[in-house]
Design a binder for this molecule. Structure first.
Ligand code: CAA
Length: 380
């Protein structure tokens, strides 16, 4: 085993961390309060190569590995996890989905713009009545010979407004149940697509989330990914990798909360000394550090398995479930350590606490991860 990072991986971590500490911190509270999409930061991070990180350089990507991706997401999430979810959905779902499962024409058409960050990608699986039970797709993609006609509604779509490239899951043959689902690439400006209002979320408020409605949207057959009926497997495969991204985000939120707690506890005095000298506080931070280290190792192991062509479904689910759950625990303790200051915006930990909650919900709830984990370990 080798626990050392390469020089390149460390440089990527440094670059992401520098940007987050120097730039994201400046307006993160304002963007959170007013739910402002970080347009300029997305542009800047794209220029630094973070919006097509793992895409093959021949399509304009950075050709980086998944370990680097985990390191970058941790650094960004410490400061601004809204930005991290935009990055995660774009890299792990949109870019990876087209690069891994698209045909050559689709890759050439879509990847250069996605990899340069000129266009943002979104993944449209969830529906008003199909969240955890993703097989129950009601959005239809009716086969009309040379094209599909798409009708229906998608819910909770990350980057719905800011994205230009949609990966949409829709049912083409309900008799075949999930084997009838197709995955289609759509340009957001195709006639018949409309958005619901901006969701007023508890956290991750600077990422834009909407429902998306399709009314007789014509999609050429050539925009289907894979064989007819491949859509559900496609979605499941993508989510295996997506969960590494969200796990890294959750772990980064927790790591950010610990950093803030350490700094605060060394400044704040109570009973004649810095509160870090009180065991009640120091032991909290000790527990937080152990949990974060465990989560980090699970994320890195899942990433390593992916980079080395091994199965990472189980490791990704474990990383996602554990990191999301400890992010909630760690941020709760961070608010507690900050006392009253933890309950106001200026000290950041209340935001991290709100953001942590979503990591237990999206890209498969913690309970869904337990389904994946338990089914896998009970299989043999
Ligand atoms: N890879 C490939 N195929 C898979 C798979 C995987 N990881 N997991 C399941 N499948 C296949 C199965 O082999 C099976 O295929 P066959 O019928 O051909 O044998 C088929 O899919 C159905 O599998 P299951 O019977 O296991 O399906 P299930 O209904 O019991 O559910 C589930 C499986 C894991 C619970 C799945 O429904 C699931 O992951 N649900 C959660 C959905 C989710 O994560 N949504 C997140 C939305 S995206 C998002 O949040 C993005 C964002 O904006 C942040």
């Amino acid at each position: 085993m080798n626990f050392e990072f390469t020089e390149e991986q460390l440089m990527i971590k440094q670059a992401a961390g520098d940007y987050a500490r120097r730039e994201l911190i400046k307006d993160v509270i304002e963007r959170d309060t007013n739910a402002i999409f970080p347009t300029q930061h997305v542009k800047n991070l794209a220029e630094l190569g973070f919006f097509g990180m793992m895409v093959d350089p021949k399509y304009g990507g950075g050709g980086m590995d998944t370990i680097s991706y985990v390191l970058a997401l941790e650094e960004i999430s410490k400061i601004d996890s809204s930005l991290a979810v935009i990055m995660s959905v774009h890299n792990s779902l949109a870019c990876y989905g087209i690069e891994k499962y698209g045909n050559e024409a689709q890759k050439e058409k879509y990847l250069p713009d996605l990899a340069s960050g000129n266009k943002i990608g979104a993944f449209l699986l969830s529906e008003p009545e199909a969240g955890s039970d993703a097989t129950m797709q009601r959005t239809t993609a009716e086969d009309k010979g040379d094209h599909y006609l798409v009708n229906g509604t998608k819910n909770w779509i990350t980057s719905a407004d800011s994205a230009s490239v949609y990966l949409v899951l829709a049912q083409s043959n309900s008799e075949k149940k999930h084997h009838g689902i197709n995955a289609l690439i759509l340009d957001k400006n195709t006639p018949g697509i409309s958005l619901g209002p901006h969701e007023d979320k508890m956290g991750m408020r600077s990422s834009d989330t909407h429902s998306v409605m399709f009314t007789d949207v014509k999609v050429p057959k050539e925009n289907r990914i894979g064989e007819d009926g491949f859509g559900f497997k496609f979605a499941m495969k993508l989510l295996e990798g997506g969960r590494i991204g969200i796990a890294s985000q959750a772990m980064g939120i927790a790591a950010g909360a610990l950093d803030l707690s350490i700094n605060y506890s060394k400044e704040r005095k109570a009973f004649g000394t810095e509160i870090s000298n009180h065991q009640a506080i120091a032991f909290k931070m000790s527990d937080m550090a152990v949990k974060i280290e465990n989560a980090r190792n699970l994320c890195l192991k899942a990433a390593w398995l992916k980079d080395n062509g091994k199965s990472y479904s189980l490791a990704g689910a474990m990383a996602k479930q554990y990191a999301a759950d400890i992010a909630m625990e760690v941020t709760t303790e961070a608010v507690q350590i900050h006392g009253g200051y933890g309950y106001v915006k200026e000290y950041h930990v209340e935001r991290l606490f709100r953001e942590a909650k979503l990591t237990q919900i999206y890209e498969g709830t913690s309970e869904i991860q337990k389904i994946v984990i338990s089914r896998t370990i009970l299989k043999d």
